[in-house]
Design a protein around this ligand. Sequence first.
Ligand code: C6P
Length: 404
Amino acid sequence: MFNVETIRKDFPILQRKVNGKPLVYFDNAATSQTPQQVIDAIVEYYSYYNANIHRGVHTLSQEATDKYEQARLKIQKHFNAKASHEIIMTSGTTHGINLVANGFASLLEKGDEIIVSALEHHSNIVPWQMLCERSGAILKVIPMNDEGALVMSAYADLLSEKTKLVFVNHISNALGTINPIEEIIQQAHAVGAAVLIDGAQACPHVKPDVQALDVDFYVASAHKMCGPTGVGMLYGKEEWLKKLPPYQGGGEMIAEVTFEKTTYADLPHKFEAGTPNICGGIAFGAAIDYMNAIGFDKIATYEHELLDYATAQLLNIPGLKIYGTSKQKTSVISFNLAGIHPYDVGTLLDKMGIAVRTGHHCAQPIMDYFKIPGTIRASFAFYNTRDEIDALVTAVQKAQLMLS
Ligand code: C6P
């Protein structure tokens, strides 16, 4: 049984007040809140077995290593990767994308083409622009339409034997659009291109199966799925991870070092130079356990109910426009009030205890498409309630009155 009131008790922060009002946290797409079970894993690590991993013969180091590697196994199982060495621990989605982009610099030739989409976060645009500058490859963009969905016929036209890589997010952070990644992957593979899916916004809502998707690379951040900041994962098919050169040099990623020549460690350590975020990795595992214990099917169904309810309620407000109206959508609503700057609305909502994000959401090309400076983004998680949505609607109406 999915009981939101019971679930809310797991999140200490949801009990606090902001500006004298009960906190309504609708900025989940920026970062999710942390349940006590994950906080406990962090406290336990620093209280009982804080040590460096893969290095010491002493008990603490062994314990920390075991827990860290158990977390990798949990991540492998969650994403259904074939092998645990296909899971590279990163500092987050941005790190994972940069690792792959950097590696491809040595595999691309001048005139090769790489495709991104108009719906990308800057993390999935800038590293590829840098890669193009280094390699002479050409960046192509799948356009979007007024609903905030990708124009798939244009994607088919962009693909050719020159296409070497395709990078698309699973779910858009600014609009909530769920992209047809199965189709995108199949069509890219048909011309021999590799595909990286940015799963930063999908992983809080769905459980991706990387083998069923047949995706080459998939990246995610723990902090968007009830885990801590500064940790994430890159899944890569073994054959690709073997082909890519290391991203950073240092301890951990070597087999043997002399001044004449260094040989690299096997996967996954080849890509994990230096002391990692040990506690973060272990807490990422605890977050995955927590979300799976609730169940992603239940989470998705409940969040969809919240999305439908909030969409209907917000659309009753005259002058309110929602950006991102694709049928395939997750629990993100980006909107504006006619004639009012989103920043002003966000500031007043905060005074009423409601946390939303305002601005371009690190997705400026989407804002340019709609010719707006930004939006107010309310993003819901499985611990939000209908009452909180009612509070948002009332607060938006008040803000509109005050700012008109
Ligand atoms: N989006 C948002 O408010 P990091 O910062 O590496 O954990 O994630 C970057 C990132 C990459 N791709 C997508 C689709 C994202 O949404 C994000 C992070 C946050 O929308 C913070 S900018």
